[in-house]
Design a protein around this ligand. Structure first.
Ligand code: PEP
Ligand code: MG
Length: 747
């Protein structure tokens, strides 16, 4: 950077600092800033446009355009050159603005006499907050150095906007930042609705000293911080080498960034131009965002995460602000995070009311835990971490995948009504707790709950569940950093059985692979993990863990009855091999003198269509079959349960699937095999009613679903349900509408 420009930009920043330090109100500050920039850059016009709402930019201050246009002139995102800068996040620099694509003339501003135009986005961490524009009569393009100076100023403006420096005063420019109600549409990770207050997993670092007139000092601070950062990364690498190859690869990438000369050089330039060390870090972080966040390339996106994480670490070192900002967690916390690992989530415990993730996915480990806790979860809530502040009121609608941040009174009222309705329903369900799920025609259905954490078990007695129809043992493996020991597992399974107080618990052996990846196992790079090396396939190929689990279960039972099932059995041979492992484990325990379970049931999960067609001998030898509807449905319709695009595309109430299930029910009846259904659909009242009408007599679901399912079952006559299904069947497709309409008549 030429010295002249360097000192120009430093001079400009120096004057800005004086202006910002003055105790003027927000609008006066903005007016002062545009005047300063216009003067320093030798342009007739300097204007600042800021977002009024997500789609509208407003002229908030100007030097050179008509003052009467301030707070009047507005444009939509993408409209005119200013809108183009905001949408593309790119600089527009032209000597002949009217000839430029998309130019829109705004007569109220008097800008027709200005030919050249240069607009730069005012952005922070990839979020565009507004546009800074300079214009002049003379036809000329602005030089790269001038643009650089504008970008530096724009960065300071972005930070000041974020800090609310332009809030207050008559115009109250951007006064609504972090105050307006915001609606964020994401995807549902776990159903339910909750009102609470935001608790940020990683609160933003607040930078107040953006400008500095002592570049030497700032350079020394930056270098010192970079040294500490490198040390941190080296330490992380040293402690993680034995843990996980993937984690090591990420840390290696971190180290590469931390030692990157070009990153360092750019930050040094920023400091030379008058920014503080913190501001330099943030400027490069923001620029990288605008360059890389648009890319669909997963490698580049990962690198952006790396850079983000490193920049945040660097900012924490520079500002001395740790993760613990001393803020008090509200008593109704809704966790808001970009993403979170299962261990970190568990650290918060069950005090969380809900979870909102900017990224995350329906099948992520965190989602599995939120589901186990039965707290609403919204994933893909784009922009939420930039928008939310600690303590903000927040409404999470996990049914719709929608989040209302700082809701206005009307939304709040409507949401309160919804919550009140849910509470009334819960009270109604609580009254049913000790009553059987008996239909009007006298059929009694056995309702069980799904579980996976010790924390789930206290809800067993209060849920009205007869037992645990599915205990997902992999959660205990997922939340650890290393393989649990047999003694630990055995103690844990014993606690589960104790908590169940004699009720049946069907333990499913480890179902890893697919979406459930253990950090301490070598990751498999598979093109289709859901159809890959998972569940019982891993169990049989590497039987060490399966054997350990079976032994731990037998020991935990200590003479009590034991029910075990194997996940994802596709052919009888897999079941037979797994069963043989179980028999061997029993024999080993007998020889060792441990008491054996007084009764054993060994079952298989039917999750692939193939098992429905297994030979009769299999159906006779298996003690019970539990249908894993989530997987079975995805393979029946060939629609990935993790893929937002297709996961809701096919209805389980489609006649084709129902007919398929009827075939399974017949085979179970013919071979006298106990049959249950334990996918998510079993917990949805309409679907549960249909399953029972088809012939299922045992369902397993999340604990909170038992009340609503029982409530509906007790109000219907299965012969009528059957008649509706049969009548609708002829039309093909789903029977959902016919059943819904019929139910409306019943209620
Ligand atoms: C299923 O597939 O329906 C099931 C219960 O198992 P999971 O959801 O754990 O795969
Ligand atoms: Mg499954």
């Amino acid at each position: 950077m030429p010295d002249r420009i360097e000192s120009e930009s430093r001079k400009l920043l120096g004057r800005l600092r004086v202006a910002l330090a003055e105790s003027t109100a927000g609008q006066a500050r903005l007016d002062r800033i545009v005047r300063l920039i216009a003067e320093s850059m030798g342009c007739e016009v300097c204007s600042i446009y800021l977002f009024r709402d997500a789609e509208t930019l407003e002229l908030c201050a100007t030097e050179g355009l008509r003052p009467s246009a301030v707070h009047k002139t507005r444009m939509r995102l993408g409209e005119g050159l200013v809108g183009r800068v905001a949408r593309s996040r790119q600089v527009v620099n032209t000597a002949d603005a009217p000839a430029e694509r998309g130019f829109r003339f705004m007569p109220e501003t008097g800008e027709e006499v200005f030919s050249s135009f240069c607009g730069v986005p005012v952005q922070r961490l990839g979020e565009v907050l507004g546009v800074l524009v300079v214009q002049s009569r003379a036809r000329r393009e602005f030089s790269p150095d001038e643009i650089y100076a504008l970008e530096v100023v724009a960065m300071v403006l972005a930070e000041m906007t974020e800090l609310g420096a332009f809030t207050g005063g008559d115009g109250d420019a951007m006064g609504q930042r972090h105050r307006n109600p915001v609606l964020v549409r994401g995807a549902s990770g776990q159903e339910g609705a909750v009102a609470g207050r935001v608790w940020l997993h990683e609160p933003r670092v607040v930078v107040t000293n953006l400008i500095s007139d002592d570049p030497e000092r700032e350079l020394a601070r930056l270098r010192g911080a970079i040294d500490s950062l490198r040390q941190q990364v080296d330490e992380m690498l040293a402690t993680s080498v034995t843990v996980d190859a993937e984690q090591v690869a990420v840390l290696e990438a971190y180290r590469m960034f931390a030692n990157s000369r070009s990153w360092m050089r750019r930050m040094e330039d920023d400091i030379a131009s008058g920014l503080s060390a913190e501001a330099a870090v943030e400027k490069e972080q923001s620029l990288a965002h605008s360059r890389m966040s648009q890319t669909a390339d997963p490698y580049l996106r990962d690198r952006l995460h790396d850079l983000n994480d490193l920049s945040n670490r660097l900012l924490r070192i520079l500002t001395g602000q740790g993760r613990d900002t001393g803020a008090q967690m509200p008593d109704d916390p809704v966790l808001v995070a970009r993403n979170i690992g299962p261990g970190e989530l568990l650290d918060y415990g069950k005090k969380l009311r809900g979870v909102v993730l900017e990224e995350g996915s329906v099948g992520s480990h965190a989602a599995i835990i939120a589901r186990a806790w039965a707290i609403p979860l919204v994933v893909h809530a784009e922009g939420i971490t930039a928008e939310a502040l600690n303590g903000d009121p927040i409404l999470v609608d996990g049914d719709q995948g929608v989040v209302h941040l700082r809701p206005d009174l009307n939304v709040r009222k409507a949401f309160d009504d919804k919550l009140a309705m849910m509470t009334r329903a819960q009270e109604r369900y609580a009254g049913l707790r000790d009553l059987p799920a008996t239909t009007l025609c006298g059929t009694t259905v056995s309702l069980h709950m799904n579980a996976g954490l010790i924390a789930d078990l206290p809800s067993l007695p209060s849920s009205g569940a007869e037992g645990v129809g599915l205990f997902r043992t992999e959660l205990q493996f997922l939340i650890r950093n290393q393989m649990p020991k047999r003694a630990e597992l055995s103690a844990l399974y014993a606690r589960v059985m104790n908590a169940a107080q004699g009720r049946r618990v069907a333990f499913r052996t480890l179902d890893i692979g697919s979406d459930k990846v253990l950090s301490y196992m070598k990751p498999q790079d598979e093109p289709n993990p859901a159809m890959g090396w998972r569940a019982i396939r891993v169990g049989l190929d590497k039987p060490g863990v399966l054997r350990m689990q079976l032994q731990a279960l037998i020991r935990a039972a200590a003479g009590r009855p034991l029910a075990v099932m194997f996940p994802f059995v596709a052919i009888p041979a897999e079941f037979r091999a797994a069963r043989a492992e179980f028999d061997k484990a029993m024999e080993r325990e007998r020889i060792l003198g441990h008491p054996l379970p007084e009764r054993i049931e060994v079952g298989a999960m039917l999750e692939t269509p193939s098992l429905a067609y297994a030979d009769d001998s299999f159906w006779r030898e298996v003690d019970f079959i539990s249908i894993g509807g989530n997987d079975l449905k995805q393979f029946f319709f060939a629609a990935d349960r993790e893929n937002e695009r297709v996961r809701r595309r096919y209805d389980m109430l489609d006649v084709s699937f129902l007919t398929f299930l009827e075939g399974i029910i017949r085979r179970a009846a013919d071979s006298d095999t106990t049959l249950s259904y334990c996918g998510e659909d079993a917990g949805r009242p309409l679907e549960a009613m249909t399953l029972v009408a088809l012939g299922f007599r045992m369902l397993s679901m999340r604990a909170p679903s038992i009340g609503p399912v029982k409530h509906l079952l007790r109000r219907v006559d299965l012969r009528e349900v059957r008649a509706v299904i049969d009548a609708a069947r002829g039309n093909g497709g789903s029977v959902r509408q016919a059943l819904t309409e019929w139910l409306d008549g019943v209620e």
